[in-house]
Design a protein around this ligand. Structure first.
Ligand code: AMP
Ligand code: ZN
Length: 488
């Protein structure tokens, strides 16, 4: 295979432009992506970000890079919510469900693993947790204090933003300058112990309600939100690595503060390329738990959202998401989903048509041009929508081959099959149609639906939901009518 590595361009949020991708070590990529806070089921918006980074991971692998992909799990700490308050979301969920914080995390981690299987995400190389890296977080905080960029007050440690700004550029990533922030952010109120409104907690003294508490040189407490990513990315990828990613909403303050922590403790910006995936919106508004405008990844494949009349397979949803560039916002609408479903069917159908194309001694198929166009799209900052448009150019050619209007050699046919398979399944991460053309699935489905009926009659909803969700994930839609259950 031609080496296509040298042509990849990545949009770097740090410079605000597309740059040639030149990893720090030849053929190796270190990538850190901020993972989920496991206090509840991730919504479809969260999944979009993880699916986008899965696409990026898959394409880097496709280019034959050896990738170390680190995605953390936030299972401790106080997260800043959209109102700017610091909330211990895991502790809050644990109190509500009357279980231990790590039981909450375990429960939702199992759920997250299942979602990744359903939506065909590759597992990262490592998924470190914040609670397993408290010591590393403490060590970085100690380094920041000893370098003079943090202060201790009442058993909590805060980052000294004013001091940092004398030596470094705070706002280098997000472009948000503290002067501007001062105007549009709430003024520090009397109860707040930090010295300056832009300072942020590196370590918080234990509060009365805290369920997760650790010992530290500053007394009992728990880490601030941003420090875990600095500790874990440094531990697994070193102080300077290739790619740091996350959702656009993490650019500020989370990633800006990660940069400040790294510069003030280790002396450098942690990542060469900063990548941000854009938001999934509902009617133009960011999907979020706090706005209540969210739906869950399992609800949409089970046809249980209020927004859509029917269920869509996980493959169709993934395909739909790939039709928007990762840096563009995406709105879920019924019309767009239905169009994606049709397009998906057409793409899969053309793969079977290609199987039956008969070959010739000469070829009028422009195979090189087609394959180049697939790489060209993805090398342009992972442009999946353009890739899909180019895949449909191949669909047109397959139709012409089927109609006998153009010809191809066996060699070209094999190459087209391999390239389409590589981009559709390995890069876009689609699983392919469930076909039942030979009827072999019928007895299996009879058995599965009998088991589901049995579970339902015993009111064992957990089992019946598991069967339904599993079938939906495999692209099989089950409909319960008055007298019978049908599937397709
Ligand atoms: P959280 O579990 O809240 O830390 O979020 C996990 C990831 O989901 C982060 O990278 C967020 O940026 C991302 N995220 C949150 N809401 C959305 C949304 N509506 N669309 C896309 N990504 C989102
Ligand atoms: Zn992070």
């Amino acid at each position: 295979m031609t080496d296509r590595k040298g042509f990849l361009q990545i949009y770097n949020t740090l410079s605000g432009k597309k740059e040639k991708f030149e990893p720090l070590h030849e053929n190796f990529v270190g990538m850190y992506v901020c993972g989920p806070t496991l206090y509840s089921e991730p919504h479809m918006g969260n999944m979009r970000t993880f699916i986008n980074f899965d696409l990026i991971y898959r394409y880097l692998l496709h280019l034959n890079y050896k990738v170390k992909y680190v995605r953390n799990i936030t299972d401790a700490g106080h997260i800043t919510n959209s109102a700017g308050d610091e909330v211990d979301s895991i502790g809050k969920a644990a109190r509500m469900e009357q279980i231990q914080p790590l039981e909450i995390v375990y429960k939702y981690n199992l759920n997250f693993i299942e979602l990744q299987r359903i939506y065909n995400l590759l597992m990262p190389s490592i998924e470190p947790t914040a609670t397993a890296h408290i010591q590393e977080q403490i060590e970085i905080i100690e380094q920041i204090i000893s370098n003079g960029y943090a202060y201790l007050i009442n058993g909590s440690v805060y980052f000294d933003t004013k001091k940092y700004m004398q030596d470094f550029d705070y706002g280098i990533l997000s472009g948000r300058k503290v002067d501007e922030l001062e105007n549009d952010t709430r003024i520090l109120n009397a109860q707040e112990e930090k010295r300056f409104f832009a300072d942020f907690a590196l370590w918080k003294k234990a509060g009365q309600d805290d369920m997760q508490i650790w010992r530290s040189p500053w007394g009992n407490g728990n880490p601030g939100w941003h420090i875990e990513c600095t500790a874990m990315s440094t531990k697994y990828l070193g102080k300077h690595f290739d790619i740091h990613g996350g959702g656009m909403d993490l650019k500020f303050p989370h990633h800006e503060d990660e940069i400040a922590q790294s510069c003030s403790s280790l002396g450098c910006n942690p990542a060469k390329y900063w990548m941000h995936a854009n938001m999934l919106n509902v009617n133009g508004q960011k999907m979020s738990k706090s706005l209540g405008n969210f739906f869950l990844p399992k609800e949409i494949i089970a046809g249980e959202t209020a927004l859509f009349k029917k269920a869509y397979s996980a493959d169709v949803i993934r395909f739909f998401m790939m039709q928007a560039h990762y840096r563009s916002t995406l709105d879920f609408t019924e019309d767009a989903l239905n169009a994606a479903e049709k397009g998906y069917e057409r793409l899969m159908e053309s793969l079977s048509l290609l199987e039956n194309v008969s070959c010739n001694d000469s070829s009028s198929l422009e195979i090189k041009k087609l394959v180049d166009s697939f790489y060209y799209a993805m090398n342009d900052d992972f442009n999946a929508p353009i890739l899909i448009a180019n895949l449909f150019e191949a669909v047109k050619q397959i139709n012409l081959l089927t109609e006998g209007k153009i010809t191809c050699t066996a060699e070209d046919k094999e190459e087209l099959k391999n390239q389409l398979g590589g981009f559709i399944f390995n890069v876009l991460g689609l699983k392919g149609n469930t076909t039942n053309s030979d009827g072999k699935l019928n007895p299996v489905m009879d058995l599965v639906l009998d088991l589901r009926q049995e579970a339902r009659s015993k009111k064992d909803w957990a089992t019946s939901d598991k069967i339904r969700d599993g079938l939906a994930a495999a692209g099989i839609e089950v409909k319960d009518g008055n007298n019978e259950t049908t599937w397709r």
